[in-house]
Design a protein around this ligand. Sequence first.
Ligand SMILES: *Cc1c(COP(=O)(O)O)cnc(C)c1O
Length: 384
Amino acid sequence: MTKKAQGINTICTHAGELEDEQFKGAVSPLYMATSYAFEEVEVKRYPRYFNTPNQVALAQKMAALEHGEAALIFGSGMAAVSNSLLAFLQNGDHVVLQNTLYGGTINLVTEEFDKFGIGYSFTKDSKPASFEAEIKKNTKVIYIETPSNPLLTITDLKAIAGIAEKHGLVSMIDNTFASPVNQNPIDFGIDLVIHSATKYMGGHSDILAGTVISSEDYIDKVFHLAKNFGGSLSDYTVWLLERSIKTMGIRVKAQSENALALAEFLEKHPDVDRVYYPGLKSHPEHSLASSQMKAFGGMLSFELKQDLDAVHFRKALKLIKPSMSLAGVESTILSPAKTSHGLMSAEKREKLGIKDGLLRFSVGIEEKEDLIADIEQALEKIKK
Ligand SMILES: *Cc1c(COP(=O)(O)O)cnc(C)c1O
């Protein structure tokens, strides 16, 4: 490193910009071509090869955001997850995965890996010793997600990177919930960082995309698989995503501040039983979270007191909308037992600590006073 790394908002706004040499416009030009010259050119470009001008420029922004060397942009978060895992796993290999992962990742592993002859184990919990306990002779990859969905558990990045190094494994993280604004796992020794860019990077609930960031060598390895699987993102959406990321730093900062204020409000509220948010001192891993996150993000979960119906409460909210996805500028809420974890048996949910009344709250950028007022009016309404 020769020069000091730029700050987050400078990277968000400027890293990987394409210059408009022709007209000197203020934003990156959009190159929609799917066909480029093959003679007397530096690079043979084709969108599925992840190398159009807009893809390359956005990948540079992603790498800068996560302090990596290179990145690839995908058509969805799951395309980034599946290509990253399968690039490092072959027939006969084994992967150790955290027990509390995004539902789609659990489905990918449990529904598809058998047919590739790839073995897998899920940990008992997110403690480092539980990962080490599952490592076998043929283990090649260790895969984590922190903060996790929906109970916001925290996994120790440095400890996991250490375990991976000791056993010669490739470490991967799904960093979607934290976003690059609040957590940069490469700084703690994690090898590959994956995001569903559908969430905080897009930020407006109108883009489906994914990315993986790592060293040049590792990204090259993912590329060689990904060009065959064909999961790249259309250049138009690449261009929109670049535009969205310009405001990611200030959006996520506002969302994190709101989430902390709401978590503190809910924790003190007599109608609320329990709040799960790593920014609260009462969170069992608060000090670990403080050591590896800059702020604690916009996601929190909570349970109302036993005698209050969570579904009635959710329906009584006016400003905070029910929604499957998360991380948009608008506040949304969902019941994990009815959505993300709805296909699981009640018994399995109970084991994971996901009660039927649990509510997952994706905090937006609205004024926090308005969000609090909405929660208060909904609680009043259901108690009548
Ligand atoms: C949404 C999400 C994904 C999957 O991303 P898609 O863009 O929907 O494919 C993966 N991990 C986490 C944590 C997510 O929230």
